[in-house]
Design a protein around this ligand. Structure first.
Ligand SMILES: C[S@@+](CC[C@H](N)C(=O)[O-])C[C@H]1O[C@@H](n2cnc3c(N)ncnc32)[C@H](O)[C@@H]1O
Length: 258
């Protein structure tokens, strides 16, 4: 576990989520997505939430809106997406303006740590966002408060192996300002926020499969050779860190007591 300062909109928009970087990520993950597995995995995970049509979902760190759009168009859910990156949200809003889903999807700029929703949602969903958030205690308290009794939480996130880490992994985490936990630590943090039926699965093997497929896709992307080499190098780094056991990936679920 690392201690990092609070990540700001300015930091995200001037480092990892420059518009050009977002578009590069999207070209690898697929239209509207900035997370492993793209649309296909989003569809699979959303189905596991088993929500009735018209249920209300909060997509925390909605990015380009991909999951929110799938929830609305394929599952008939009403979704509020919140994201701290203005670059990300501006691109998501452009998509929402033309995809015909604005009757079911609302997008809002904001920090989920400042969320003030009270028992509003049937489910909270998030994909690979909490790595940016150091104060997990506050995070899970806010998400718990936002759920109605009986509501569910589902998220995936980058995780880590137990310390000590390799120097390379330590530098990678520090440079991005990530705040990572082992799968077990995450389960404890979720339980400590009064969630019940906590599920915590190490899905690193699936992550590696997805990374490999994404890595292989980069070759066919229409972009300058230098850009392609940079992205391949970046994906090879993730593959190496995951194979070495430092970088992990987790799938988490929980329920708020009735
Ligand atoms: C890896 S992207 C994933 C985006 C999206 N969930 C997806 O699956 O494509 C992480 C997202 O989390 C957002 N984010 C980071 N910290 C946040 C916070 N405190 N509140 C809301 N969004 C945040 C980032 O701006 C970014 O859009």
């Amino acid at each position: 576990m690392t201690e990092t300062p609070k990540i700001t909109q300015e930091f995200l928009d001037s480092s990892q989520y420059l518009e050009s970087s977002i578009l590069q990520y999207e070209s690898i993950y697929g239209a509207d997505f900035v997370s492993p597995g793209g649309r296909e995995l989003a569809r699979e995970l959303i189905a596991t939430m088993d929500l009735a049509p018209a249920s209300r979902v909060l997509d925390v760190g909605c990015g380009l809106g991909g999951s929110a759009f799938v929830m609305a168009s394929e599952f008939d859910l009403r979704v509020d997406g919140i994201d701290l990156s203005r670059n990300m949200l501006a691109l998501a809003e452009l998509k929402l303006a033309t995809n015909g889903l604005s009757n079911l999807v609302r997008l809002q700029w904001g920090d989920c740590l400042e969320l003030d929703a009270r028992e509003q949602y049937d489910a909270v969903y998030s994909r690979d966002v909490f790595l940016h958030i150091a104060d997990k205690t506050r995070l899970f308290a806010r998400l718990h408060a936002a759920l109605r009794p009986g509501g569910s939480l589902l998220f995936t996130d980058y995780c880590c192996g137990p310390q000590p880490w390799s120097d390379e992994f330590f530098d990678y985490v520090e440079a991005r300002g990530y705040s990572l936990h082992t799968v077990l630590e995450y389960a404890e943090l979720i339980s400590a926020a009064a969630f019940e039926q906590v599920g915590a699965r190490d899905e690193t093997a699936r992550f590696v499969e997805l990374l490999q497929a994404e890595h292989d896709r980069i070759d066919a992307l229409p972009m300058p050779a230098g850009e392609r080499d940079y992205l391949k190098h970046s994906w090879q780094g993730k593959l190496q860190r995951a194979s070495a056991g430092d970088q992990r990936w987790g799938l988490f679920s929980a329920v708020k007591a009735r």
